[in-house]
Design a protein around this ligand. Structure first.
Ligand SMILES: [Zn+2]
Ligand SMILES: [Zn+2]
Length: 239
């Protein structure tokens, strides 16, 4: 009953065109569903971003810097369509887009994830202050839905953001890393605090320079996690 009422009052919006989804009951319009194509080769073997040259297995960043995570994967390129969609999802309250994103992540990555022996999914946390103003952690919405599909736990209180960092998007890679130093920590009050989480799948919306994923992975590995894999909705193209 409540679900029907909510659907009437707030009909589901399409993550691509932002109109009311047609036909009703779908996560994306029929006319929009084939617009976004998953990332394709050549991809950097480490960070999963699209690279131009087929001559190297790695992008320039991964060639020069050893990230703390083991491997990162993204679903779509970060282009005008995904940029707009993710901005609406993050800043305009379009929480329902998480269903579509998680659905697509599952469709493309479930076979791969099943081979990684993942103990739990962990969303990249946002600072408590930001959680209050935004009302939700966008990565946790995706992580939560995806974890149910994968039948794995989603742990949103284990890794916390203790420092309210300035927005990363305005910083260059070195400043990003500095900005994120000591930004994350393990929550001693989490019920998983003393549980060995062997391999983690870290969930985030956008992969830009990898510095956020890197900082989170460092903390997780320092606290005993063996492998950290990163899964994002979209990633920027590598240089
Ligand atoms: Zn649409
Ligand atoms: Zn790379």
């Amino acid at each position: 009953m409540l679900k029907i009422l909510t659907e009437l009052l707030y009909p589901r919006r399409c993550p691509i065109c932002d109109d009311i989804v047609f036909p009703k009951g779908k996560l994306v319009c029929n006319s929009c569903r084939d617009i976004l194509m998953p990332l394709h080769e050549p991809l950097c073997y480490k960070c999963g971003r699209q690279i131009t040259s087929t001559g190297s297995e790695f992008c320039e960043t991964c060639f020069n810097y050893n990230f703390n995570f083991d491997k990162a994967f993204s679903l779509w390129p970060y282009n005008n369509i995904t940029k707009t969609s993710l901005a609406r999802f993050k800043y305009k309250g379009r929480r329902e887009f998480a269903d579509y994103y998680a659905d697509k992540l599952y469709e493309y990555f479930a076979p791969l994830i099943s081979k990684l022996d993942i103990s739990a999914l962990i969303p990249v946390p946002i600072h408590p202050n930001r959680l209050i103003t935004r009302g939700y952690n966008q990565a946790n919405l995706i992580s939560n839905i995806l974890s149910k599909k994968l039948d794995l736990p989603n742990i949103s209180d284990y890794l916390i953001r203790s420092k309210n960092t300035t927005a990363q998007k305005d910083l260059d890679p070195i400043s990003r890393r500095k900005n994120l130093k000591n930004a994350f920590e393990i929550n001693q009050n989490s019920k998983y605090y003393n549980i060995h989480l062997k391999n983690i799948l870290l969930i985030d919306d956008i992969y830009t320079t990898g510095s956020t994923a890197d900082s989170c992975s460092k903390i997780l590995k320092d606290s005993g996690t063996e492998k950290v894999y990163v899964l994002c909705i979209a990633s920027v193209r590598a240089m």
